[in-house]
Design a protein around this ligand. Sequence first.
Ligand code: COA
Length: 210
Amino acid sequence: MSVIVLCAGGHAKVVIEALLSRGIRPAAVTDRDAARIGATVGGIPITGPDDDILKMDAASVELANGLGNRASRSDAGLAGRRALFGRFAALGYRFPVIAHASAVIASDAVLGDGAQVMAGGVIQPAARVGRNVLVNTRAVVEHDCVVGDHAHIAPGAILCGGVSVGEGAHIGAGAVVLVGVSVGAGAIVAAGAVVARNVEAGGFAGGGRD
Ligand SMILES: CC(C)(COP(=O)(O)OP(=O)(O)OC[C@H]1O[C@@H](n2cnc3c(N)ncnc32)[C@H](O)[C@@H]1OP(=O)(O)O)[C@@H](O)C(=O)NCCC(=O)NCCS
């Protein structure tokens, strides 16, 4: 089964590394920027635009979302990553769970299609992680957490036990969300924030001016 990484940005390098750690060498990377075709990312060739996937039988290929995000105070920045996943998933293409060999995932944790757990990530018992969720480098999702589809738990962030993160929310690098707190859909938590109270959907927590 060939694995193709969609989007040749910085996050693609991390995804490729996770795949290689499992002995899986992606066949190709696609990118919408035609100028990049012929170059390599993480040692893997950029062979064409994303639409090249459509020439392939969905049963013959697996896809990995290589698009990361840049959050601001008003936008989790996850729309592109979500759209890329949604477009190809709706056409029947499969996004397997990708977990770096150094990730620790409890036996009863549940991960949705396309969930990614990068190097050193930890998912503890009874956690539920949705589709296309990115649990980035050394992030921790403690016991009984629920993480909605398309959310990003950025590098080094910690979700203490029983935290709920809504669909498409961004938890910034190194942030700590305390036990039982709910972060609403599309909300943004600043890098390094400590979140002790619930954050409303589309809301913002931490980060200087707050
Ligand atoms: C909080 C955040 C969303 C704000 O982004 P933004 O809207 O683009 O805001 P700016 O970067 O323009 O910063 C605005 C102000 O907040 C400060 N600030 C930004 N992020 C901050 C943070 N995490 N903690 C404390 N202060 C912060 C800036 O220094 C600036 O202060 P100033 O007005 O006194 O100069 C962003 O800085 C952040 O933390 N993003 C998460 C990054 C992340 O986790 N990346 C993971 C990539 S894998």
